[in-house]
Every structure is written in C-alpha cells, then in structure tokens.
Design a protein around this ligand. Structure first.
Ligand code: KIV
Length: 289
C-alpha cells in the first residue's frame, strides 16, 4: 500500500496515511543481534532531506544522515569540509520526514576527535537540535573512551571502522582495507574496542570480506556493512549511489534505479516544451472565471 502525506505547515511535519509504526528504538536495534545471531538483517540507507526520508522510512530500520552529504549534496571534494551546522540542518529535516526508522546523524570531522568532552558537546547539540536517536563517529580503539563517555551519558553511538572517509589523508585514499595482516588485525581489534565501549552498532566500510566476517563474529553488537559482506548484521548504501544518481559508483554499490536518466530526460522535455511554447497549457494556467 502506498503512503500519502499531508503537510502541517505549522510544524513542517508531513503526516502520513496510513498511520505509521512507532519509531524503532536504539535498544531494539541493538537487540536484533542476540548471542551472535541476527535473524533479521538491519536495513539502513542514507537520507539528507525530509522528502527523501519520507520515501525511505517504511523500508528502513535506520536512516543515516551521513556526512557523505558533503559530496552528494554540496559537491565538496571530501567529507572533511562538512560542518556541524550542515549536519544539524539536514539531520533535523530527516527526523521531520520520518516516523518509523531510527535516525542516526554523523558527527563531522573535527567536531569530536579532540576529547570525550568535545564529542559530548557536539553530540548533545546534534541530538537536541535534530531530534535524532543516535550519532555516528569514525575510528576504532582510539575513540573507545569517547564512545564510553557518550553512551554512559545518554547518547547512543554507532561506530565506523575499516575505511573511514574522514581519515582519507592518513589512509591515502579510498581503497579497501584489511589486505595485510596488520590492517586486518587492527580492524577486528578496533571493532572489539568500540563494541566493548558501548557502541550499539558498528559500520564496517570497505573491508575485505573475510575480515568483515571475522569482525562481525568478534563483536556482540550488530555490524552494518558497506563494501564488506552480506554476513554483516545489516547493510547500508548511500541512497543516491544505489538510485543511479551518479555515473560513477564504487564497485560495492548495486544500482537499484536510474534516477539521473529520469531527471535529465524530464528536464530535457521541459526545456523543449518551454522553447516551443507548448508548456504551460490551459491545464497549468489560471483563466478568468
Ligand atoms: O556518510 C555516510 O554516508 C556514511 C555511510 C557511507 C556509512 O558514513
């Protein structure tokens, strides 16, 4: 059944018909993995706008307002230029557009790595001003104290290990991680460190499959794979990637749509009709009564 929305202009919320399910809680997501088994894999997609969130909401357990919005929305070269203000503006829109999925907002580069106190100040602002259910931050063992600090103070944290895009300058690129024994061991021990520190879930990005599987088995909390393995406890993709918004996509992306072609051909048809003065017609113009 399709969902329709009625915009409440006073609150900017779009009320769906039929009525939505209750929003999933973070403990409910965490408990999807019990004794190492996740019977129903966790579905996560990114969203940056209210309308996008409305369309994804019923299908997802988690919606991530990721700092990938730097490249996807703002055309920035990396996520390093993304600010807390950008994350709050888009995170709040995603929360307004969703009712069912739990919304996670990325903490941007430079806003949390300095100390647990800095992370708490940023994360509490993000939570208060967006209404999100949790934050995500990048890094393994080095962030374990911060993960423990936040989660023991009411802020659920999703970790992110393996290929961590905010560290592109130290990693030297976006290549898959875990090909050497040293890297593989570090990915598994990083995941264990933030799991033990209290992360409710961990994104494993761009990691060779056997190491993604080993890390998934080594932690109690669910892992969410991207360029990792179907044996992770869930999956995430950038929605624009899987919808075919860009010509070039990483090899781990499966295209489930061809949205760029649709936009381009609709714009082309509109342009032709404007130039031929065949748009607007009587159907799209106001006539005197
Ligand atoms: O920023 C983002 O969209 C992400 C996902 C790719 C996991 O971190």
């Amino acid at each position: 059944m399709s969902t329709t929305f009625q915009l409440d202009t006073a609150t900017s919320r779009a009320h769906p018909t039929p009525s939505p399910l209750r929003r999933l809680s973070i403990p409910a997501i965490r408990q999807r993995k019990l004794d190492g088994v996740t019977a129903r894999p966790i579905v996560m997609l990114t969203a940056y706008t209210a309308r996008q969130a409305q369309l994804l909401d019923a299908h997802c357990d988690l919606i991530l307002c990721g700092d990938s919005l730097g490249q996807v929305i703002y055309g920035l070269p990396t996520s390093l230029q993304v600010t807390v203000e950008m994350m709050i503006a888009h995170g709040a829109a995603v929360v307004r557009g969703s009712y069912h999925a739990a919304v996670v907002v990325d903490l941007p580069f430079g806003s949390y790595e300095g100390s647990p106190e800095q992370a708490f100040a940023t994360a509490s602002q993000v939570m208060a001003e967006t209404g999100a259910s949790a934050v995500k931050l990048e890094g393994g063992a080095v962030m374990a104290d911060t993960v423990a600090f936040l989660s023991s103070r009411g802020i659920p944290v999703m970790g992110h290990v393996g290929l961590t895009p905010q560290a592109v300058n130290t990693l030297g690129g976006y290549n898959a991680r875990g090909r050497s024994q040293l890297e593989a061991d570090k990915i598994v021990s990083d995941a264990q460190a933030i799991d033990q520190a209290g992360a409710f879930a961990i994104v494993i990005e761009g990691v060779v499959e056997p190491i993604a599987i080993e890390a998934t088995r080594a932690v109690a909390c669910p892992t969410i794979g991207i360029g990792a393995s179907a044996q992770c406890d869930g999956q995430v993709l950038v929605t624009e990637d899987m919808m075919g918004m860009f010509e070039r996509v990483p090899r781990f992306v499966k295209r489930y749509g061809e949205i760029a072609g649709l936009i381009s051909s609709a714009a082309g048809q509109y342009a032709d009709e404007v130039r031929a003065r065949t748009f607007p017609t009587v159907d799209q113009t106001y006539q005197p009564k």
